[in-house]
Design a protein around this ligand. Structure first.
Ligand code: IVH
Length: 718
């Protein structure tokens, strides 16, 4: 027996060595010498032996990459050295200024800099002690991040052990990314399963790393690229450019191209050269980082409050390309709004093929004078949904006619053939048929979406099929679905069927069951009432006990009454008093509104809400919810006036990724305490809550002197 075990131990070690070697050849050198199949065979032999002799399993075995158990939450770990961010610029002029500035600070010295790719992924720190991977962490707020060691271990290009000559302590920093092919495949899969799609590879990578179950992460096609070091012991180098060969020698996937430059001209040349080749990298890049090469010089240059003086990130302009607009099709949204979508001659932008772009609405098309047959310029900003920027008028075909939406669809809803009407106060056309299947589908999708009832497994395709097969005629029908019905649901076509399956169905039904008890605010939002977004839903929920209460709201009727009778002093005053007393309104502070009041929600919203519950659809929903025993409760702050809440009157704008909460969560927290969240920074903004990789809002806030806080400060505030 012992003999058996000894033999197994030997074989296991051989297999591990072989697998490590092939991992290295495959991931680091991109030169595999065996087929995937052969590799899988070795891997399986190892798994079999380890299953037979569980005592021989060691944490550094290649099989343990996916070995961890799902976590309840990520442990928070402090960084040995803070993970900072860089100053960003889009202008070459500022790169010149940057170099001129450091030349001024270090007069009469040669200042070689390194130009390297700015990787558009998710920042990580990896700590190796005596050559073994000990910890992997996200940046978090720069000081404290999530311990994601289990997840990082599933990434095959991250060596578990460094090669010979590893220093005592080596912290490397880099980015986790998802390669484009893997990203597209993952999204295809998700589409088939009706799950929400990731907007771009970076989000997909970030979403993957947030998974608490490493088994899920193991299935995601992630990679890592490292570009520098953090804390080290026993690393003896004096310039940054020596890091790359060192990292590679140790078996780490380092940045593949970098340039040393000694003048502004050389810096700009390198930036341009990188731009020409960066789309060939497996990872996405959005710029070039320019860093002073000498560590001694870096030390003398030091830091500003937020970033080092010795580095700058130059971001490449978003790529624009020309293509032909083949057609304009019309999509029907959940409220019946008809949205024009451009059908394009497929074209490669920022590395992916684009064949559709949103055109927003008819006015936008008129304003830009976009016509079918035109050559248009499209842009993929941040690699999200592409947009049509402008028309190349000189290339317009003679016979191209101005676009007329109603004529284009023969004045009928293109989905159900129902009547359409142009909404006078809105720039949109609407399908008037409440039973339009396209609308129902979108409403089902909306009800199930994140932020609404959060029924993750019911996405676009599933909603489509549920409506198409007549299993769901209105969103609340979801609550009557049975596992068996869902399991049999064919998400494919009649010729190529693909059923939803028992497992997914059970998951979906469980999520639907959970949704029954979600609070009133979520339900009000989920019902897709016109003009009721998340903020309004939360406000309404604070002042009403139940859906019924909202449907027959005296407060909302008072709001309407007040606005109608505003000119008849007497009765308006009476209503105003009542609203103020209820905490639903306050006296206006502005000169214009003098003597008037400002209500928690305005008359338009009040009208929409009351109309909704008065309509046949609204009444039916109320009845159905009652029948189904669904009675969402409010998080009502009773009579306590919102004005007394700690964040009352404060306006927040959010940007970037927060370390430990989603933006929706942050918004909920702010609103629960009486604050508001708006989407753009202005002088009226009180706080900018900024996370990692903040967008242009950050610069705007700086410019306007708006107070910028991070998650830690925000938590304190709460
Ligand atoms: S150096 C103090 N180099 O961009 C300097 N960062 O806004 C620390 N990034 O936090 C960063 N590629 O997440 C550096 N070649 C590169 C990079 C890079 C991407 C990320 C990183 C950093 C952020 C800076």
């Amino acid at each position: 027996m012992a003999n058996d075990e000894a033999q197994a131990a030997k074989r296991i070690e051989q297999l591990r060595e072989k697998i490590r070697k092939h991992d290295r050849l495959y991931h680091e050198e991109a030169a595999p010498i065996i087929s995937d199949r052969e590799y899988d065979r070795l891997y399986k032999q190892l798994i079999d032996l380890e299953t037979q002799f569980p005592d021989l399993v060691t944490p550094d075995s290649p099989t343990q990459r996916v070995g961890g158990k799902p976590l309840k939450a990520f442990e928070q770990v402090s960084h040995l050295i803070p993970m900072l961010s860089l100053d960003n610029t889009y202008s070459e002029e500022e790169v010149k200024n940057f170099y001129a500035r450091i030349q001024r600070l270090l007069p009469d010295e040669k200042i070689p800099v390194v130009v390297e790719p700015k990787v558009d992924g998710v920042a990580v720190s990896l700590i190796y002690q005596n050559g073994k991977l000990r910890q992997a962490a996200t940046r978090g707020d720069g000081n404290v991040g999530d311990n994601i060691t289990q997840n990082i271990r599933t990434i095959r290009s991250v060596p578990e052990r460094l090669r010979d000559g590893a220093p005592k302590l080596l912290e490397v920093r880099g980015e986790v990314y998802m390669d484009r092919k893997g990203f597209e495949k993952l999204n295809e899969e998700r589409k088939k399963q009706g799950l929400p799609l990731f907007a771009n590879p970076r989000n997909a990578a970030a979403g993957s790393l947030k998974q608490l179950d490493p088994a899920i992460v193991a299935k995601r096609p992630l990679g890592v690229v490292v570009y520098g070091t953090g804390a080290t012991e026993g690393v003896d180098i004096e310039v940054h450019s020596e890091i790359f060969p060192l990292l590679m020698k140790l078996g780490l996937p380092a940045t593949e191209r970098w340039w040393v430059a000694e003048s502004v001209e050389e810096i700009l040349d390198a930036i341009h050269e990188l731009d020409g080749i960066r789309h060939n990298f497996a990872y996405q890049t959005d710029g070039a980082v320019v860093k002073v090469n000498s560590f001694a010089q870096r030390e003398r240059l030091g830091f500003t409050a937020k970033s080092p003086r010795w580095a700058i990130a130059y971001k490449y302009a978003t790529e624009r390309v020309e293509t032909r607009l083949k057609d304009i099709i019309i999509q029907v949204g959940r409220t019946g709004i008809l949205t024009p979508v451009a059908v394009l001659e497929p074209v490669l932008v920022s590395g992916s093929t684009v064949s559709r772009a949103t055109l927003h609405n008819e006015d936008e098309i008129k304003r830009k004078d976009i016509r079918v047959g035109d050559t248009v310029v499209i842009e993929k900003a941040g690699e999200v949904i592409p947009a049509v920027v402008e028309v190349v008028k000189s290339k317009r075909p003679r016979d191209a006619k101005p676009f007329d939406l109603a004529r284009h669809i023969h004045s009928k809803c293109p989905m159900c053939g129902g009547p359409i009407r142009r909404d006078p106060e809105f720039v949109a056309w609407r399908c008037e048929n409440l039973h339009c299947p396209a609308q129902t589908t979108r409403r089902v999708e909306f009800l199930a979406a994140r932020g609404a009832l959060d029924i993750e497994s019911v996405g676009g395709i599933v909603a489509d099929k549920l409506v198409e097969r007549g299993l769901v005629r209105e969103p609340v029908d979801l609550f009557e679905l049975k596992v068996e019905q869902l399991a049999k649901l064919n998400l494919g076509t009649d010729e190529a069927p693909r059923v939803f399956g028992e497992k997914n169905a059970t998951k979906a039904i469980n999520a639907i069951e959970r949704a029954r008890t979600l609070p009133l605010s979520r339900w009000l939002f989920a019902l897709a009432i016109r003009d009721v977004g998340k903020t309004t839903a939360t406000q309404l929920a604070r002042f009403h006990e139940s859906i019924d209460d909202v449907a027959h709201s005296q407060l909302l009727r008072d709001v309407l009454d007040y606005h109608e009778k505003r000119d008849q002093r007497e009765s308006a005053n009476e209503i105003a008093e009542r609203l103020i007393k209820a905490g639903f309104a306050k006296r206006s502070q502005s000169k214009v509104g003098k003597d008037g009041i400002v209500t928690e929600v305005g008359p338009v919203v009040a009208q929409s809400v009351l109309d909704f519950f008065n309509s046949a659809t609204g009444k039916k929903i109320l009845r159905r919810l009652k029948e189904l025993g669904i009675e969402p409760k409010s998080e009502k702050v009773s009579a306590k006036k919102t004005a007394e809440l700690p964040l009352a009157g404060k306006t927040f704008v959010l940007t970037g990724t927060l370390p430990s909460m989603t933006r929706d969560e942050a918004t909920e927290k702010i609103e629960a305490l009486g604050g508001h969240v708006t989407s753009s920074v202005s002088k009226k903004t009180d706080y900018l809550l900024a996370g990692a990789e903040p967008g242009s809002k950050f610069d705007k806030a700086k410019e306007l002197g708006v107070q910028i806080i991070d998650e830690a400060a925000f938590r304190k505030m709460l």
